[in-house]
Design a protein around this ligand. Structure first.
Ligand SMILES: Nc1nc2c(c(=O)[nH]1)N[C@H]1C(S)=C(S)[C@@H](COP(=O)(O)OP(=O)(O)OC[C@H]3O[C@@H](n4cnc5c(=O)[nH]c(N)nc54)[C@H](O)[C@@H]3O)O[C@H]1N2
Ligand SMILES: Nc1nc2c(c(=O)[nH]1)N[C@H]1C(S)=C(S)[C@@H](COP(=O)(O)OP(=O)(O)OC[C@H]3O[C@@H](n4cnc5c(=O)[nH]c(N)nc54)[C@H](O)[C@@H]3O)O[C@H]1N2
Ligand SMILES: [Mo]
Length: 651
């Protein structure tokens, strides 16, 4: 029996350090590493089941496959490489390198993935993607106020007297953060949850606030206005550290309390309770989630939350802050991607379907997709599917034949993190963890690193990609070595690269042009995607499609995917109005698509909202993204999934 230290590379802020047990060549157990403050010796229910759901799942593909007359046929790696090389050569000769699209998803974000883009840049600069289907919108907002998004270490929330969990559901999506927040609560910290849905997290809240979706800017303005009116603001902080305060005041005094309360549909008593609790129990922190990013003008929510923290002097102090996410590649030398050569054309990730369809000179003729399931998870899935169907040749690398494989021509079996050597940063904290191979690859699976190295060899620029994993990781980790931690040390165990007690902006030096905290100084109320038109057309319910508890995004084991239709949670009042009942099959319709669903009565959902789980597969009729609208956010090149309005009709 052997125990090997490694890390979980799944798309989750946890970035857990893992101890894997191997017995007779088989991995028998995954356990959380106790020597990691955040992982704290335990794993989420998802990764605890990784061995049966992914690693040894009978549906995992372990050999290259080629599509022949619509059916997958097993081929050898030699044949797979021959196909890729001849396709690449032909496509480049006929249409130029930019007719090739490289789409890198979020299924695994490890250090070596930087080299995938190196391959495509060396190839001559293909089309790649910009923007994001995940965060981005919030970063843009916080950069305007603070210069850079820097979050407090999770451990610092233990120093808060109040934590507002705003648009996040850590009880489901980040149980390691959740455990820390619950510990704070047991020590006397008040937990406030702001979410249009009464989530699992909300059920533990001391105060739960349930605004109308997408109206958080108004709620934040209302709370700030009350704090200022009651003279509870931190005047010192405002005068010493901020810019644009007068203009900000003009914005917030442009609304009456009643007007704001109506806009966000939160009673003034609740706004008062929120304002008093937050401002009178300093230090107070705001922990924001991805639910806030998924709106056209989501950056404004972040700007008004930053402003709320600034007027109360909750910035730059322990237990304060407006925390969001961390930079998973922030400590690595990303220049090895050669993206800085900027030779490539970029297509927008949030509207990838539309972009592929309209791109000319040259059009997209070949696509490579790694660690992503764009046909399932990009908005307006039907359009994305049609777009990839129109591409002559699609190569994908994954573990499973998911919705994207329906549009692929060649499938390459990827190794899992348990079969690879690599290094992991996290978007949920500042720890770096080693990834060590726990067992040899199952079947003929190969790592992305090996595939792109081999392909580079065959395309004639092998020496530019040559080197062992250790050699590349050492190069990529050079910025960490400059901090005094060598790659050899990282191999031994996880390290936190920013001390827990290092508080963002404690020195009052902001990274903005003025060096001060810059309040939002202009606010236009037009930032809603065609909502008025949607309402006229009878689409009167907000569609919130949030993270599933049992799975990570679309990584649902097909062995578990039940036939049947997607459940939609609706309020009993909506059912009454429609003359429909719990358990009834209905049609959910949006301006871009429709889906047969089963209605599930839920008191946790507002009367203007419906809630579903994302990640269900299209081929099982369960993909909610056939309804979501594909538009680009106003700032941050993000994806406003939750701007989609829907209606329910009888089947
Ligand atoms: N189990 C599990 N864990 C995951 C994932 C998974 O698929 N499964 N996915 C991972 C990924 S990729 C990410 S990005 C993170 C996301 O982590 P979270 O941000 O915690 O999760 P979400 O479910 O995306 O949405 C957060 C909450 O925002 C709320 N919300 C929606 N609209 C609004 C609004 O207008 N105002 C407010 N105040 N709240 C709103 C939703 O109701 C939801 O409860 O989770 C990661 N962790
Ligand atoms: N309606 C709706 N849609 C959403 C969201 C929402 O809230 N609502 N949230 C969005 C968010 S936050 C995100 S992050 C995106 C996620 O979008 P994607 O990144 O496209 O989605 P995943 O389901 O995580 O797909 C990752 C794929 O990578 C594969 N994979 C995992 N590990 C590896 C590996 O090591 N190598 C290779 N080659 N493949 C691997 C998995 O099997 C899976 O098929 O979805 C977005 N889509
Ligand atoms: Mo995400």
């Amino acid at each position: 029996m052997k125990k090997i230290l490694t890390a979980c590379t799944r798309d989750c802020p946890g970035g857990c350090s893992i101890i894997a047990t191997v017995q007779d060549g088989k991995i028998t157990k995954l356990k959380g590493n106790p020597d990691h403050d955040i992982t704290d010796g335990f794993l989420c229910p998802n990764t605890s089941k990784y061995l049966e759901n992914v690693q040894y799942n009978s549906k995992r593909v372990l050999h290259p496959l080629k599509k022949v007359n619509g059916a997958w046929k097993r081929i050898s790696w030699d044949e797979a490489f021959d196909i890729m090389v001849s396709r690449l050569r032909y496509t480049i000769k006929k249409h130029g390198t930019e007719s090739i699209l490289y789409y890198q998803g979020f299924g695994s974000r490890t250090a070596l993935k930087i080299l995938n883009r190196r391959f495509f840049n060396l190839l001559g600069g293909v089309s790649t993607i910009y923007g994001t289907v995940c965060g981005g919108i919030g970063q843009a907002g916080q950069e305007m106020d603070l210069g850079r998004r820097i979050s407090h270490d999770h451990m610092d929330h233990l120093n808060s007297r109040v934590v507002i969990i705003w648009g996040r559901n850590p009880a489901v999506t980040d149980i390691h953060l959740w455990r820390i927040l619950r510990k704070a609560q047991r020590n006397g910290t008040k937990l406030i949850v702001v979410d249009p849905i009464k989530t699992k997290t909300a059920r533990y809240a001391d105060i739960f606030v349930q605004p109308k979706p997408g109206t958080d800017p108004y709620l934040a303005i209302a709370v700030s206005k009350l704090i200022l009116q009651k003279d509870l603001a931190d005047k010192d902080f405002i005068s010493r550290n901020t810019k644009n305060f007068e203009k900000y005041l003009q914005i917030i005094y442009g609304f009456s309390m009643e007007e704001l309360s109506i806009k966000c549909d939160v009673p003034t008593e609740t706004i008062t309770e929120l304002a008093l609790t937050y401002s009178q129990n300093k230090p107070s922190s705001i922990v924001t989630g991805w639910g806030l990013h998924r709106y056209m003008a989501g950056h404004l929510t972040f700007r008004f939350l930053d402003a709320l923290a600034a007027i109360t002097g909750n910035i730059g102090i322990s237990g304060g802050g407006v925390s969001q996410g961390f930079e998973e590649f922030g400590f690595f030398d990303g220049s090895y991607s050669l993206d800085n050569l900027d030779k490539s054309r970029k297509l927008p990730m949030p509207t990838i379907g539309r972009a592929i369809l309209k791109t000319e000179d040259p059009p997209i003729k070949m696509a490579f997709i790694t660690s992503g399931n764009p046909v399932n998870l990009s908005p307006n899935s039907n359009r994305v599917k049609k777009a990839f169907e129109g591409v002559d040749y699609v190569v994908m690398m994954d573990h499973f034949l998911n919705d994207t494989s329906d549009v692929a021509d060649l499938f390459l079996p990827a190794t899992t993190f348990l079969e690879e050597g690599d290094m992991l940063g996290s978007y949920g904290h500042n720890w770096i963890s080693p990834i060590n191979p726990v067992s040899p690859p199952e079947g003929e699976a190969k790592s992305e690193f090996e595939v792109f190295q081999t392909l580079a060899d065959k395309m004639g620029f092998g020496e530019e990609m040559a080197g062992s994993t250790a050699e590349w990781l050492e190069k990529i980790a050079a910025p960490i070595a400059d901090m005094g931690i060598q790659w050899e040390d990282i191999k031994k165990g996880p390290v936190n690269l920013v001390p827990e007690d290092e508080i963002p902006y404690a020195d009052g030096e902001f990274l903005t042009e003025s060096g001060k905290f810059e309040f939002i100084d202009e606010f236009h109320e037009t930032s809603c995607y065609r909502k008025n038109k949607d309402l006229e057309d009878g689409y009167n319910l907000h569609l919130i499609s949030s993270s599933p508890e049992k799975w990570i995004r679309s990584v649902v084991p097909e062995t578990e995917m039940k036939q049947g239709v997607l459940s939609v949670e609706v309020s009993s009042k909506v059912l009454q109005k429609l003359g429909m009942h719990d358990g009834e099959t209905a049609v959910l319709e949006s301006p871009v698509g429709e889906l047969e669903v089963i209605l599930q009565e839920s008191e946790g959902v507002r009367i203007d909202t419906v809630k579903v789980q994302m990640g269900g597969w299209m081929k099982y009729g369960k993909n909610i993204n056939v309804l979501t609208v594909d538009v680009m956010s106003e700032a941050g090149n993000g994806t406003p999934y939750y701007e989609t309005m829907v209606k329910i009709r009888k089947k």
